[in-house]
Design a protein. Structure first.
Length: 303
């Protein structure tokens, strides 16, 4: 009989436990754990949101307006323009008419050096201009030698100086120039020789010219050119005349029995209607193989 009360007590305890599992908490409508967790996160976000600033790009700084320069730049902002070179006195070297550079000449021998220059400027060269010694070895040449006539722009001029080779063997160079009426030297050229005391061998040392006139038949006042040919010894000189019109003149030979000068004449029946610059010159074919320049001539007076 005692087992029945004990059994009843067990049944009542189990029932109480089962009933307790379904009893509500003291707070009505308490949310579930998941709902509570969700609400907690939302509450946290709501609490943080007001503290988080919305990103707004900062505006670019406003630069002050560029200053307006109302003052003109100083006059020396740019370098001054270069001064144009004068074109009045300009000479152009054309050729060595006589005594090319390195010509062998005997000690103390005399010779004539001739340069051909072109007036490449805008001013005429007049007798107030001169050829002057500048530097180097003077070779007994002139310190100043006035030009003999006018050389207009575009024309050529043969400049000649008489020189004497030094006594000692060696190479010698003399520098000359043209000087204008104001005393300024505006171009330079030179003569260079080799002195050999044993002698430079037979050669024509210089040729000069004079011009006169002749009458022949119906031609009057026509140019007559005389070439004065000088050698340093005995030998034969082969030569031919040259003319501005390019005419071919047959070569010929002149014999020298000793050092000295011989004259040759050339007649040119140059019609009075001829225009431009006309000239006659001489080329030594042997022994020099050199052009010895020319001299200008005027046409016949008639016909």
């Amino acid at each position: 009989m005692r087992k029945i009360p004990y059994l009843i007590m067990v049944v009542l305890s189990v029932g109480g436990l089962l009933a307790g599992c379904n009893l509500p908490f003291f707070v009505e409508n308490q949310p579930s754990v998941q709902t509570a967790a969700a609400l907690t996160v939302a509450a946290q976000l709501t609490a943080v949101a007001p503290a988080t600033a919305t990103y707004t790009p900062a505006p670019f700084p406003t630069l002050p307006p560029a200053a307006t320069n109302t003052t003109a730049p100083p006059a020396n902002t740019l370098p001054p323009a270069s001064t144009a070179t004068s074109t009045c006195d300009v000479a152009q070297f054309v050729t060595d008419v006589t005594i090319p550079d390195g010509t062998v000449i005997g000690a103390d021998d005399t010779f004539t050096k001739t340069w051909r220059l072109k007036n490449a400027g805008t001013c005429s060269w007049t007798p107030s201009y001169a050829v002057v010694f500048v530097s180097g070895t003077a070779m007994s040449g002139p310190s100043v030698q006035a030009l003999s006539g006018n050389t207009n722009p575009g024309q050529t001029l043969d400049v000649s100086v008489n020189l004497t080779a030094p006594s000692a063997d060696g190479t010698y160079t003399g520098y000359y120039g043209l000087r204008n009426a104001a005393g300024s030297v505006f171009t330079k050229f030179y003569v260079q020789i080799q002195v050999n005391s044993a002698g430079g061998g037979f050669a024509v040392t210089h040729v000069t010219y004079t011009v006169s006139t002749f009458d022949e038949g119906g031609n009057h006042g026509c140019p007559l050119v005389t070439a004065h040919i000088t050698t340093n010894g005995t030998g034969d000189v082969d030569y031919h005349w040259t003319r501005s019109d390019g005419a071919t003149v047959s070569p010929d030979t002149l014999h020298f029995t000793a050092a000295g000068t011989k004259d040759l004449q050339y007649k040119w029946t140059l019609g009075s209607a001829a225009t431009g610059t006309n000239w006659v010159g001489m080329y030594i074919d042997d022994p020099n193989h050199q052009d010895f320049g020319h001299t200008n001539v005027t046409p016949c007076t008639s016909p």
